[in-house]
Every structure is written in structure tokens, then in C-alpha cells.
Design a protein around this ligand. Structure first.
Ligand SMILES: Cc1ncc(COP(=O)(O)O)c(C=O)c1O
Length: 457
């Protein structure tokens, strides 16, 4: 008899080894039953042929895809098919009935693939491989941008008469989305200053029907941190039990783990650190609870914003280097930030290792492992000083976005956050002298020379 040993990360955060006499076995952690998984035939299955616990860097290279299932190919194929052939009309009927919730899968079997707007093999492989990178996560859903992930979360979990509570600042696009789409649809949105745990708890408590609390921490571009665990406690105290979603783009998945702090959803612009090379747009949401991801994938099928097969394939090749890149970028940024803090033309450097506010220091120490690679500078002489600095850059690129291997620098007030009102700029602490640097993997001394030169000139 042939035994298969399969490793599963379960809802309670522990890892289980399942030994079974069927090679395509899968273990349902909710029911505790072992069943056969049909998708084995195309490789999108949790199948790690290891009988001991592995760390995320290893899991990301061993989960999600088994080369033996694709003629020994070391990398998964790209399944560029918009539709999938059913083995019989009954199978087609059954697949639709499962997707529409009319029947439940039998024996934990997965329904047949139907159509690539609903799901496709490369999305399944990527989602399986993303899970080990996010501490505490069991399930993931991928989207065709970070904004697609965020809007899908909002439309899935805000219900009629429900409120959204969010910390400010947020990425400018998210803020714009709230004003342009969410509020006109009739949802009430309450902004709370980032970093103010008491104000956030009170806003949640006072709200009659909060459905979703969205935190971006550290906030883009002021790096203000919000206490995830306190927010998680506040949502659990409310009788309506709103969901807590954390936009973890700036420090995750390597340096901050919202799900272990009690958040329900970790949201990403995977365009940033996860993608890492400024060559694709992608988004992801991870959760402990399978039902939350099921709700999101249902909405994703209607909105048509699943990540396409080619992008999934590119993105899954980047996962094994996320931690390597982020560690290098964070080390670079810390060296640069601490040096630039002494420069006479810089009035303020905003960077986690340079925080002075005791509450911000407490949150930083409680929920982040390393300071990350975003550095915001306030340069003397306002907008003129900031623009002169940008004009003199030769190695770093004057571009929006962040998290790439190349250093990117922008002026948030006139670019990424330009939709904000004067009051929102004031509340968010975004000034005209602020430039945001996303430090890449170049040699830090070259970057420091470059920034010093651009400031000195
Ligand atoms: C914190 C944060 N969240 C979400 C987004 C949106 O992501 P995307 O550009 O992939 O849609 C961005 C983009 O800059 C961001 O910085």
C-alpha cells in the first residue's frame, strides 16, 4: 500500500501531518475528515511530501504545486484557458449548483473548474502558496490589483445601513474610493486618526451598525501606526461584531502579522513588496476563516477582478524572495534614514526606528518585527525644496508605488494623495514638504550619497 504524508496548516494555527493511503488525499480541518481531492490532476493541491513542520520560506516552495503532476515541470504551467471542459453534463450541473450554494461538495471534493472569472488553476496555486507567508492565515484570494482587493472587501462586507470605520491617512486611492463609490452608495464612513486607539475604540463602540473597520498600518505616507490588537478587541466587544481588515501592504507579509493580532482580513497591494519588481499589478486578501474568503471569491466572480493566469504565474515566482528582498530593503532604509536625520536640509525624518512618541514606539515594538523600507522626509523650503530634491535624483526614480527592488521617490501631496481635501491633508499630517522614499535593494551607500547630493545641491 502506498502512503502519502501531507502537511496542513490549520485554523488553530497549528500544523498537522496527515498520513493516508491515497496519494491525492486532502484533510478538511473543519470536519477533521480526510477525502480525495479531484484537483490533484492539475496540481493545485496542498501536497508537501515532507513529514515534519517547515517554515514559511520552505513551505512557499513546496506547497501548491507538485511537479509530478505536470510532466516533471519544476515551475507550474500557465493555464491560459478562459473556460474548462466538464467530463459530463451532470458534472457541469453539479459544479454550478456548488458554486451557487445550492448543494455542498460531497466528501470534501472540490467542484470542477467552470470559467476563469470564477477561478482558475494558477489562482489556486498562487493562493495556496501565499498562505504560508501570512502568519495565521488558512485561505487566500487573489485580485487584479490592491484596489480590486479593497473594493471587493468593502462591497462584500458592508451591508445596507452599515458603516465603515477607517483610520486616516489611508493610501490616497483608498480614500478616494470611499468618497467616490462607498459613500455615494449610502454607506456611512467614519474617519479616525491613525494611531489613536482610544478614538478608534470609541468610534466602534458609538457606531450603531459598524460592519467593517479598515486600518492601514503603518499608514501611507506618514507611517503612523495603529494598534491592531486593540482594534481587534474593540470589534469583538461590539454586539454587531464588525470585521477588522488591515491593509498590510507596507510591512507585510514579512514584518507584521495582523491575523495573529486578531484581525479578520489581511489585505495587500501585491503590486508592492510581494511582486517587488514594478512589473505587475495584483492584490490579495488572507484570512483565518474560510467563509470570509468564500464570500470574497463570490463577489470577485461577479466583479470580474480575479488575477489573470499570467500574472499569477509571475507573482508566484516572486514569493520565495519576498523575505529576502524586504530584509535587505529594510536594512538599507534604516541606515539611510538614520543618516538623513542629521542632514541640515531635512526638518524631519519619519521612520519607525526614529519614532519619539511613546505610544508609537509601544505599537511598533508590539506588532512589527523590523522597520521596513519606507522613509518619509520633510525637506526645508516646502514644495520648492521637495521638488528640487526630486529633480536631482539620478539613481532613485521619481515614481509613485513602493516595495520594488529599485528605489522610488514621490511627493504624496501632488501625486498619490492629491485627491485629499485640505482638511484631510491636515488631519493626515501630509505636508507640501513631505517626500516618500521606498528604498530598494541598491547599495545603501550609493543611495545615501545620492540623497545627500540631492539635498546639498
Ligand atoms: C497601502 C496601499 N494599499 C493599496 C494600494 C493600492 O494598490 P494597487 O495599486 O495595487 O491597486 C496602494 C497603492 O499604492 C497602497 O500603497
Amino acid at each position: 500500500m502506498r502512503f502519502a504524508i501531507t502537511w496542513f496548516k490549520c485554523r488553530d494555527g497549528r500544523d498537522y501531518i496527515v498520513v493516508c493511503d491515497a496519494p491525492n488525499a486532502c484533510f478538511n480541518e473543519v470536519t477533521g475528515r480526510v477525502a480525495l481531492r479531484r484537483r490533484f490532476a492539475i496540481g493545485a493541491i496542498i501536497m508537501a511530501k515532507i513529514s515534519y513542520r517547515v517554515r514559511p520560506e520552505t513551505a512557499v516552495l513546496t506547497k501548491g504545486f507538485d511537479p509530478a503532476l505536470s510532466v516533471g515541470s519544476a515551475r507550474p504551467p500557465v493555464y491560459r484557458s478562459s473556460t474548462f471542459v466538464f467530463p459530463s453534463p451532470e458534472a457541469a450541473e453539479r459544479a454550478f449548483a456548488i458554486v451557487l450554494g445550492k448543494i455542498s461538495p460531497v466528501d470534501e471534493d472540490r467542484p470542477d473548474l467552470i470559467y476563469a472569472r470564477l477561478n482558475h488553476p494558477n489562482a489556486e496555486i498562487l493562493e495556496e502558496q501565499l498562505v504560508p507567508l501570512e502568519r495565521g492565515a488558512n485561505f487566500a484570494a487573489v485580485f487584479n490589483s490592491g484596489m480590486a482587493a479593497i473594493v471587493t472587501v468593502m462591497l462584500s462586507f458592508l451591508e445596507r445601513g452599515g458603516s465603515l470605520i477607517y483610520t486616516q491617512p489611508l493610501y490616497g486611492g483608498t480614500q478616494h474610493l470611499i468618497h467616490q463609490i462607498i459613500e455615494p452608495l449610502g454607506f456611512v464612513a467614519h474617519a479616525v486618526p491613525a494611531g489613536n486607539a482610544r478614538a478608534l475604540s470609541e468610534a466602534i463602540e458609538r457606531c450603531e451598525n459598524p460592519r467593517l473597520v479598515l486600518i492601514e498600518t503603518p499608514a501611507n505616507p506618514t507611517l503612523m501606526m495603529t494598534d491592531i490588537a486593540q482594534a481587534a478587541a474593540a470589534v469583538r466587544r461590539h454586539p454587531k461584531r464588525p470585521l477588522l481588515a488591515v491593509d498590510n501592504t507596507l510591512l507585510g507579509p514579512t514584518f507584521q502579522h495582523p491575523l495573529t493580532c486578531g484581525a479578520d482580513l489581511a489585505i495587500y497591494s501585491a503590486t508592492k513588496f510581494i511582486g517587488g519588481f514594478s512589473d505587475l499589478l495584483a492584490g490579495a486578501v488572507l484570512a483565518v476563516d474560510p467563509e470570509l474568503i468564500q464570500t470574497l471569491t463570490g463577489m470577485r466572480a461577479l466583479l470580474g477582478n480575479i488575477l489573470q493566469a499570467d500574472e499569477c504565474w509571475i507573482l508566484d515566482s516572486r514569493l520565495s524572495t519576498v523575505a529576502l528582498r524586504m530584509n535587505r530593503q529594510s536594512k538599507n532604509a534604516q541606515r539611510i534614514a538614520e543618516q538623513l536625520a542629521k542632514h541640515p536640509r531635512v526638518s524631519r525624518v519619519i521612520y519607525p526606528s526614529l519614532f519619539t512618541d511613546p505610544e508609537q514606539i509601544r505599537i511598533r515594538d508590539a506588532q512589527t518585527d523590523y522597520p521596513g523600507s519606507l522613509v518619509s522626509l520633510e525637506i526645508k523650503n516646502g514644495k520648492t525644496g521637495a521638488f528640487e530634491f526630486l529633480r536631482r535624483l539620478k539613481i532613485a526614480k521619481n515614481a509613485v508605488s513602493l516595495g520594488a527592488v529599485e528605489t522610488l521617490v514621490c511627493h504624496p501631496m501632488t501625486t498619490t494623495h492629491s485627491e485629499l481635501s485640505a482638511q484631510e491633508f491636515a488631519a493626515a499630517g501630509i505636508t507640501e514638504s513631505l517626500v516618500r522614499i521606498s528604498v530598494g535593494t541598491e547599495h545603501w551607500r550609493d543611495l545615501l550619497d545620492e540623497f545627500s547630493r540631492a539635498l546639498d545641491a
